[in-house]
Ligand binder design. Sequence first.
Ligand code: ADP
Ligand code: MG
Length: 799
Amino acid sequence: MPKFTPMIEQYLAVKQDVPDALLFFRLGDFYEMFFDDALLASRELEITLTGREGGAEERIPMCGVPHHSAENYIHRLIDKGYKVAVCEQVENPAEAKGVVRREIVRIVTPGTVMDSKAAGDKANNYAVCLAAGQAGYGLAACDLSTGELYAAPLGNSLETLLDELNVYQPSELIGEKALLERLGGMGAGWAKRPVLSYRERGDDELLRRQFSADELDELTAECSLAVSTMIAYLAETQKRSLEHVRQIRVYEPGQFMTMDAFTRRNLELAETARERSKHGSLLWLIDKTVTSLGARRLRRWLEKPLVNREKIELRLEAVQALCLDLIAREDVRGILKEVYDIERLTARIAYGSANARDLLALGQSLKQIPALKGACRSLDSALFAQIAERMDECADVLEWISSAIADDPPVSVRDGGMIRPGFHEHLDRLREAGASGKRWIAELEKQERELTGIRSLKVGFNKVFGYYIEVTRANTGSLPEGRYERKQTLANAERYVTPELKEKEALILEAEEKMVGLEYELFAELRERLAGQIPRLQELAELVADADALQSLASVSAERRYCRPIITDGYDLEIVDGRHPVIEAVLPAGEAFVANDVRLTDGEGRMLLITGPNMAGKSTYMRQAAIICLLAHIGCFVPADRATIPLIDRIFTRIGAADDLVGGQSTFMVEMRDIQTMTAQATKRSLVIIDELGRGTSTEEGMAIAQAVIEHLHHHIGCKTLVSTHYHELAHLEESLVHLRNGCMAVKESGGDVIFLRKLIAGAAGTSYGIHCARIAGLPESVIARAYELLSAAEERAA
Ligand code: ADP
Ligand code: MG
């Protein structure tokens, strides 16, 4: 073991506590990193690697960043999936005996960062904690930047667990090592690769301090375990108030419509399957929110559709009220434009990181509340009435902010300029003292010019020497003796001070120092006071988010002429002239989307088997049915002329391996496993979509599997089912399965040409038009002719 200097010894001792984080070690005006951390940081941040004598034989690798720009570097590391522990000097170096005492004041991690550039304003950034108890898995999901905390008991189903992870897309996963490692081995069940933070369970004492007894009573044992581990982890990393994390939103997965990761991806809910971009997704289409908190709320609604008819109807009614009233809608949108992210502002206030601009933004937002409340109240909707009813204008909070905070405060809270004149008498007096000193100095130039007769004489200020009187070298001779004390010599000028100037300068500096100190005190006091109002502000944020999300659904419904669906407890699904909302929206100008009906009913067939060639519109038709059902369940109007939508507990979509849009990931084995999950979990209330089942194997086997699966769903489950297949031979099933009907996409042949009409009609397609496709693709005419020859020979043999 080499012998290190005391400072490096201290570094190593601190580093021991945070082996999985990069340690930012404060040395004067810099944060320094050493050893492996330095190698890594210099590479990731592209900063120069240096070395330092540390007592060992070799120089210790070192690199550093200035403390004032550290946040930027920290965020870059966090966005790359690292953790950063910030270690500060916790005693005054002037008073320290030996090495200055240093402590870790905060550990920034991907799941707990307060303002991540990567997540953006419109998305949440979750850390998820998992625990395993006797009754199965428990989940706690927290977005520290908003204060949201969800808890859900997940039972023993690993599928449910993966579904939930897929909803939260956590950037960090916390829990016992064995459990997380087991999940890691499960493959890509969720899209993002989270950072893993191993942690044993937290203590209940901390839990009881954070939440009320009522809140904790609601938790099952495994949820309590997950929440306590989460809180312990947050306490350990943040080392400060978690005042804004105070409400645990408990839910059971069954309270919402279930969709597995594959279905979410296939229906392109929040991002497209191929490019993983928001653009082109369903969320992109329906997101007409004005505020960031509204955008996050809408996304949550889309990820977790309701399955409770009353709740859905409440939203539909609210959407209708705004949808029918253009003026009210524009009014609400106009008001919301002036509302900032109250949720994150509130979180920053609680966390102690809000600056004066944040408070001003909160104030601006609060000013809008009375108008928003009025607009909500005037609408013919029980939900909007509730929102208006619960909306607390927080007029007192607004008054505190507007009386204290200046109109255009700086970003920094340490430079003054935050507090409004007239708010505090002593502060005003200090300001006047400073200002009168400055006025005196402003006058000084004129006086000195008159006194000395030097017309080029200047009075100036710089940070090192303070105020000075500058005289060009040629004129120094004209200065009277005695009064002028030389301070600095320049190339062709001299700078002087006089006793009066020194005196005034001291006055100004002292007043300024006191002013800045007092301003910070007053500001911190106000921030503390606001922190006492967190529950009210959070409740308000909640209501604003709801109003904005409803406004968004109403806006898209009105703009795109959607219709209000009829929600029923029954079985039958009937859509008249339905459209695929996204494809309709992105069709090139001049091309019209062809609307289609969907009828899956007890009386006329629960299952539809769609045959037809490639590119006929089968996949579009089936996805459109699922998306219309989904939109209805979040309380949105739907792209159709009329729609009767029964409550649906799950949507499954399964896509044949060869047809998997995501490409490459899905093998035949995965496809079969997906089918297995579906057959195990679908109920009569589910909507099942099977697109090109059984492609990844031989034709005979593929058809056999497809038929067997269809029969199973038909005999044993009875769910509403849409199946597409290019095996038009399967059409005979209509004869043996009473609940199954055949359908196909209409095609017009004219003069050897094939035109896709995109219209679903009854009956089965006669041919796959595969060879026709080959011709369109430009294969040589001789090959095409030969293929037709072989085909008719085969057909003759079969006949
Ligand atoms: P299939 O699954 O039968 O191969 P798709 O559903 O993928 O066909 O449709 C192919 C393309 O046809 C789609 O990308 C879309 O651009 C267009 N399309 C499908 N259905 C319609 C429709 N109803 N109206 C207009 N265009 C459509
Ligand atoms: Mg298809």
